[in-house]
Write a protein that binds this ligand. Sequence first.
Ligand SMILES: *Cc1c(COP(=O)(O)O)cnc(C)c1O
Length: 439
Amino acid sequence: MMKNTTPNAQLSFETQAVHGGRDDFRSLGVHAPPLDLSTTNPVTGIGSAAASLDAMAAGGTPVDGQAIYARLFNPTVDRFEQALAGLEGADAAVAFSSGMAALTACLLATRQVKPTAARPHVVAVRPIYGGSDHLLDGNLLGIDTTWARAHEVAQAIRPETALVIIETPANPTLTLVDIEAVVEQAGDVAVLVDSTFATPVLQQPLKHGATLVLHSATKFLGGHGDVMAGVVATSNAEWLAALRQVRVLTGAVLHPLAGYLLHRGLATLPVRVKAAQEGATVLASRLAEHPAVGRVCFPGQTSDDPTGLVGKQMSGPGTLVTFELRGGYEAAARTVEHLRLITPAVSLGSTDSLIQHPAAMTHRIVSEQGQREGGISPSMLRLSVGLEDADDLWQDLDQALTRAMESPVLDGQAFDGRAVPATDAATAPGQVLAIASGG
Ligand SMILES: *Cc1c(COP(=O)(O)O)cnc(C)c1O
């Protein structure tokens, strides 16, 4: 339908972020993207409608602008997809109603891309986002998962392996995974990188050999805490077709208003990420000096990046800082409760700073073994740095950390810092799944 991807691949990333998905604005005489809320679209002829349906059934885009029905295609969402694909250096992108819907679509698409008599098999590296861990660890989609360490991916691959899944920087420890090293081990098996924490500003996984790059667009791409979405970008025609087919059939489409807001968010993405990264760098070094703080996990530090991936795979350390309290779970909980400016909430990548306790919140549904393998401890907090002044943020953190060393828990709710025993429930078919909280 519309012209493909970015205005011009020669243009810099920042320019593409502003102009992507907008090639036809002058001919349309508009300056902001049209927001098309139609659920159905009049056809110009029955023959052309049928041809367009055939094209979309094969995983393509509409013929002669015949979108037919909004579960098949929406032009506002399409603009966001083109713009995001351009930023990832991908041929195309497929947007979904959430990051989890995007991951689910990738898992279902394995059946299409690699049909097998056995159950589809994926290899995944911990840690990853708690909801993703739970989905992969359980039986809901009828997919087998082998958890492997990053350097042991090759040994975990079987004939029926359809996908290798990694997250870098990983949620919540910010561990970096060497994409090229995993791609090499994966051989001809596709590698999916959840690049939510990096954004295309800092890292473009397809350039390192990944087949699929996934974002919870709920985070940085939207960037203002008011859009829930997921997106997968790829240059692999087979995966692209399979993902579009899964979306049409399962219906986890993105609402056009969400597509509009995401497209708008992309224009400021480079500015937002770089500014937040500056703040995170300041806070990471001050946290490391604070007497209440034990370990600080921040990709800029050599101790967290022995092979020098920052500067090579990722252009900067990012905007999240994870740290452990010397006083364990009690001190971590107290710190969150004493913060005044920084919001205690899951999710990340918003204009305002958010802090959360992974073991109790985002990764509560991860099995105890999974938490251990992923290095998720009860004394750990994950801070998503926003666009506030770094000194204001530090003042808030400093007073909360200091008070936490002295005062009792305000909330009074006992929590031993351990994972809930959710894995058994998730693995046993027919049992209730635990709730995966966001971010
Ligand atoms: C939040 C998150 C997800 C899930 O995305 P939703 O939009 O909440 O469904 C997946 N991966 C990572 C790394 C996340 O932070």
